[in-house]
Design a protein around this ligand. Structure first.
Ligand code: ZN
Ligand code: ZN
Length: 642
């Protein structure tokens, strides 16, 4: 499944929060009642600033340095004036004898703009020119902000030297800005040095800045240690920890952190909610996702586009595509990401026709598809077997939208063509790729060779793959099963031996199930769970009931096309079987059992799940490494094609 939201977006949330925090602590638009600027809100629009400016001009205050300093401060805080520095510069240049307040706010505007280097240039002018005031402690946080944004490490070093020389090294705001600057330039050690340098001069922002530095650097262990020592934690501290864990792939720790935060009755911010929904989505934890949703509702949280989109994504990835559709339809404003998430969600659930219809609606609304949109579209075609449409959209993507195909797009196309039996066309496509094709593409094609019984081509591709990626045991298994299908038993055992000799590593298979507010993770043959004896008893019950109904396990290790799950373990102890048995124990009769598995479900477990859904009248939804399986009344939504 494609990952919808880039982590970069979340990372920018983090920086944004810290900056806001450092900025607004001081130097707000403090205006007197006589000033025409006093009506301005905290973050005014450009329009509002310009109106206030007009009023100051008519009041004859256009040259007043302090007044114009306030106007520049308002511009710096205005969310709509991020790019061009022309207007603030025009304001600044009109001031006779700019004072330190106006000059600092000019530096601040430039730091926020598209050319943060100009901010440093103005700082240099301050140091050199007698016409400008000398820098003070307020100057440095702004100019360091510019250095952080421009990743201007050399300039930042020099400014740090000035700070020490001019005696501002103990100012807590300056120190916070230094920590942030070094962290932005990936000098976490230097950030830590500043943090340790003066333990008397620290506030909550100092702590948050060092936490963010470690989080950005992926050193969550150190961040945790400091977090525990923090004298006072605010919502930014929590969000830094939560996002750090989730972005670092420690999803469960991120969720735990969120729980702790809620237990302290802290109100989360939007960034936290979006991150937590994304973690729930990645893990497929529906109960958790629902809990977050109800938290949002009970807090009367304003439903922004990002929050709604995160909910759509969560429900889609947790197997509730109907809920995703409801939210999508109710959304008054949708951005390109909302559409992408919905299209990809429909595709992942095998609803190819709906996904394509939505795509057409999307373009008719005037939206321009991006590369992820086409991952959804091509995925929809591939899952539904729409070969002609797939070819058409692939071509259209390149020719009409100028999008260079990426590995994921090729993956969908190779899958689509391979499954439909157009192996030669798929091969041609792979060979045309200018960059080194991902072994996954060859793997997909190898899978297609297996479906269509193409032994010779399969052999060629299999050998190539093993050469490319000798440690991936899935390739050996697939090649062996191609030989097995052709009854070439000697080749089968040769490939198996090769796999053992080369020590191909096995990715450990696991299955997750949520129950009573907890996540239970099983691996094959697991005996660690506290209710293990009952689980194994339940497995016995299942086995007996199924064999009464005529089920025979497919115990041939050769035909048994498990990708990675260890074959030495008896099939019936595969992780998803344990999870299903546990699910039967802890859910009510008739309840749906939802499992998330990291690898592809094996043939035998797939059969058993179908049988259970019939014999025990249970709906089972399994999200495996590549798709959803909805088992109901003895059938699976994938039509045994995955
Ligand atoms: Zn299995
Ligand atoms: Zn299935």
């Amino acid at each position: 499944m494609p990952s919808i939201r880039s982590t970069a977006k979340n990372a920018s949330f983090l920086c944004h929060h810290l900056l806001i925090q450092t900025q607004t602590c001081r130097y707000s638009i403090a205006t007197t009642l006589q000033s025409p600027l006093y009506l301005l809100p905290e973050s005014p629009s450009l329009q509002q600033v310009k109106q206030a400016h007009a009023l100051t001009v008519t009041a004859g205050l256009a040259d007043d340095a302090t007044m114009m300093g306030h106007l520049l401060a308002a511009l710096a805080l205005s969310p709509s004036s991020t790019s061009s520095s022309d207007y603030p510069l025009a304001v600044f240049r009109r001031i006779h004898n700019a004072n330190i307040f106006a000059t600092n706010n000019m530096i601040r505007c430039l730091a926020k703009g598209e050319t943060p280097h100009d901010s440093v240039t103005l700082y240099v002018d301050m140091c050199r020119s007698s016409l400008l005031p000398k820098p003070n402690n307020y100057t440095f946080p702004f100019v360091l902000q510019a250095c952080s944004k421009a990743l201007a490490i050399v300039e930042g070093f020099q400014i740090h030297a000035h700070i020490v020389r001019l005696g501002f090294a103990h100012d807590v705001y300056v120190r916070n800005a230094l920590i942030h600057f070094y962290s932005a330039c990936h000098r976490t050690e230097s950030s830590r040095y500043i943090f340790d340098e003066n333990s008397q001069s620290r506030d909550v922002v100092t702590w948050n800045s060092i936490l963010a530095a470690y989080a950005r650097d992926g050193q969550m262990g150190l961040a945790e240690k400091l977090f525990a020592e923090m004298p006072e934690k605010d919502v930014i501290s929590w969000s830094t920890m939560i996002m750090g864990h989730v972005q670092g792939g420690h999803l469960e720790r991120g969720l735990e952190c969120f729980r702790e935060m809620r237990e302290r009755k802290l109100r989360p911010n939007e960034a936290i909610l979006v991150t937590i929904l994304s973690a729930s989505a990645q893990l497929g934890l529906l109960e958790h996702g629902r809990l977050v949703h109800s938290t949002i509702e009970s807090l009367n949280f304003p439903m922004s586009v990002s929050l709604n989109t995160a909910l759509i994504d969560m429900y889609a990835k947790c197997g509730c595509i109907e809920r995703s559709k409801e939210i999508f339809e109710k959304m008054a404003h949708k951005d390109v990401w909302s559409w992408n998430v919905m299209i990809c969600g429909l595709a992942a659930h095998g609803l190819g026709k709906e996904a394509l219809a939505l795509f057409r609606w999307f373009t008719s609304e005037g939206f321009r598809p991006v590369n992820i949109t086409f991952v959804g579209v091509l995925n929809a075609c591939s899952r539904a077997g729409f070969v002609d449409e797939g070819r058409h959209y692939f071509k259209s993507m390149i020719e009409d939208y100028g999008i260079e195909p990426e590995m994921e797009h090729y993956g969908c196309m190779v899958d689509l063509l391979g499954r439909a039996g157009f192996i030669a066309e798929a091969l041609e496509l792979i060979e045309k790729i200018t960059i080194q094709p991902d072994p996954v593409l060859w793997g997909t094609l190898l899978g297609a060779c297996k479906i269509h019984g193409l032994v010779e081509l399969g052999e060629t591709i299999g050998k190539k793959l093993i050469q490319l990626d000798p440690t991936h045991d899935g390739h050996y298994v697939l090649l062996a099963s191609i030989y097995a299908k052709a009854r070439k038993w000697e080749d089968v055992s040769r490939v198996r031996r090769m796999m053992v000799d080369r020590g191909a590593n096995k990715v450990a298979g696991w299955s997750l199930i949520e129950a009573q507010g907890k996540v239970h993770r099983f691996i094959a043959g697991d005996k660690e769970h506290e209710r293990s004896p009952e689980i194994y008893q339940m497995l016995e019950v299942i086995t007996n009931r199924l064999s009464e109904s005529g089920y025979l396990p497919d115990i041939s290790p050769i035909l048994h096309d498990i990708q990675e799950e260890e074959k030495e373990n008896v099939i019936k102890e595969h992780s998803e079987r344990l999870a299903i048995a546990f699910g039967m124990l802890v859910t009510e009769i008739g309840d749906c059992i939802r499992i998330v598995k990291n690898l592809r479900v094996c043939w035998d477990c797939h059969e058993v799940s179908k049988m259970i859904s019939k014999v025990f009248e249970r709906e089972i939804i399994v999200r495996d490494g590549s798709r959803f399986h909805h088992f109901r009344e003895g059938y699976c939504s994938c039509h045994d094609f995955w």
